[in-house]
Design a protein around this ligand. Sequence first.
Ligand code: TYD
Length: 418
Amino acid sequence: MCRINLSNYDLIKNCRICNSTNLHLILDLGEQPPANSLINKSQLDIIEPKFPLRLFWCGECFLVQLLDIVNKEHLFKHYLYMTSASKPIVDHFKKYAVDIFNEFLNKQENPFVVEIGSNDGSLLKEFKKLGSSILGIEPASNLAKLANDSDITTLNDFFSLNNAKKIAESKNASIVVANNVIGHIENLHELMEGIKILIGAQGIFIFEVPYLLDLIKKLEFDTVYHEHLSYFSILPINNLIEHFDLEIFDIQKQNVHGGTIRIFVSKKNNFKIKDNVKKFIKLEYEFGINNIKTYENFSNDIKNLKNKIVELLKNLKNEKKSLFGYGASAKGNVLLNYCNIDYNILDYIIDTTPLKQGKFTPGTHIPILSSEKISEKGNNDVGLLLAWNYEFEILEKEKSFRSRGGLFLIPIPVPMLK
Ligand code: TYD
């Protein structure tokens, strides 16, 4: 049954970067509820809104993107993902702030860092400690409040051209940062116009996005969800940035979220362009980012992966194993919905985020419990690792569960018991 809630949904017909209509469907993950829309017990009997989750590729500028758009107010006004709940991200942000501060800010008199999508203020807190003035822009009112309560000044709004102009009237930003958020923004042209005003003549725009090549190589299909409108490689980003007379002067690979790139942008000729910018572009052509065949192969690989995950869980169930999930991540919800893994298969999911505990997963209605629950688990228990991006940290953290005979099932790229 189609449960698309039309008042919260729009289907667009043009590429978000180059406006082309030469768009090809490359992956269909079915109709899914928004991946972060956890529900309360009282909502279990209510029909949840679901929306098509399909990936398209632009044959002109090569941007991979969603065209099925769920209203952003619906997705982001109350947000349960908290940066501070994932220690590896907190550690990543600590190093991030120190690296950027030392490279670009420590000789400036009054550095000013603005963050778009600042969540609970975890990154800005680090910049503040180092001596920067800071401003967060965060649409989720619950998160903006948390940040403001801990003295991380945060504007509770979506980033917009108007906001950018208002901020720049009193001061240009030395640095604008945006991590895992550019992919959420529908109007990339307005974003870049705002950034250009905000950074003025000398500022730098630094952003991190998951890298499309990693998504394809490691079969990270579950990172595709309604919040993520664009799946970036350098070629289309470069096209967008050049359109605004800006340039990419550096690109660095980062090991978070299953493969991320950090991109550095400034006004033309402010910085020497590092050789790796050309290298990334060359590698993308060699990889076949411009060739539909690359995406057809990817789509087939995902269908095979789904069959393997389902088969393995079925076998474990037949062996009378008790199954639970680890990490009620957004990507986990995509995987569960695409593979039809519900409360009949997983008894519960544990998660460290206080805001998620006591709720149920969207579409699949699995209860989310606090992470202490794992201390009761051991022999005969298998945890499906839905936060596979933290495999290393979680396996290390849960050594005693494994020493008691417990196993983790890592779902991607090749389902594996560890
Ligand atoms: P994450 O992968 O960061 O993001 P997304 O929601 O974008 O897919 O989500 C990881 C989830 O796993 C998050 O809800 C916090 C939780 N988590 C744990 O429960 N234990 C842990 O040790 C870690 C690292 C994360």
